[in-house]
Write a protein that binds this ligand. Sequence first.
Ligand code: NQM
Length: 364
Amino acid sequence: MPDRDDAGVRCMLMRGGTSKGAYFLAEDLPADPDERDELLLRVLGSPDPRQIDGVGGAHPLTSKVAVVSRSADPAADLDYLFLQVAVDEPVVTRTQNCGNLLAGVGPFAVERGLVAASGEHTETRIRLVNTGGLATARFPTPGGRVDYRGGTAISGVPGTAAAVVLGFAGTAGSSTGRLLPTGNQVDVIDGIEVTCVDNGMPVVVAAAADLGVTGYEPYEELAADAALAGRVQALRLRAGKLMGLGDVTGASVPKTTLVAPPRDGGALCTRTFIPVRPHTSIGVLGAVSVVTAALLPDGVARRFARLPDGPRVDVEHPTGHLEVEVELDLTTDPPTAVRAANVRTARKLFDGTVFPRPRPDEGP
Ligand code: NQM
């Protein structure tokens, strides 16, 4: 195979939900994980706060990679490995899922011929390689081609696009092994009540007021609040240990979501930190986990939530709303996650060959 530094690597840039990432076929990347990660750091331009010499977008939400291949699992068509490429550190992590990039996986697989389009809509079954669990994605493929155009709007993305309908099963305990990783609906950390939950994403849920904010601050205000970032980090370090994740200093999980009563017609208002920088909206599986927390009768979020009668729960976040359906069986002890669903959109932005930044020691 020609050297990837000279020949480049086949790559598609896509917006998946409210995130953006580089999508690759597994076969186009080195099979060795260390070699692959080293290459991806150079492709995205990390470490560098601006990622100026790579295709990363200088924020965790735009410094992401999806690696896609055919699945050997009879229950799935595709394997999807998500990689978070740190912006200002030479670190690539695979401990978490990304439900936003997931929205692009089915369309990407059709574009690359991994799955055939089947009629007006195509449905694919996708194995979440990072954590286990299965997703389905349904998206329009009229005439055998992916159609990204449509009338679905999602908060945080201008305009409208075709709906990608996502379904999830088997997401409980994604990184921690348990839906309630500490075994409790409420734990107390440094006097702050939290609910630690993991339904596709390990999240520490706390009342915004307990961390000294209202929970209604705009993104920019949260991003400028270094003291708040310190409090969030202290909380998640302690929570990480309680959740069985060990020392999470450099880990991308757990996330922290601060909750407050809804004030825009939703069920719950949220401000999420990934892991200490604020999220401009909220992740898909992050929202599934937060809604799971809100459905727990004794959980912290339940006190603030106005839960609807139907299954669709509207989560307020800094740039709008994200709706998820989460089904829990509360008759079991502990409660069991049954299924979850969400609607996203995705768009192919660019398809071509990406050229990695040279290694630091590779002078002319
Ligand atoms: O929770 C960001 C995102 C995510 C994750 C993060 C996500 C999810 O919004 O499913 O999509 O939590 O780091 O892309």
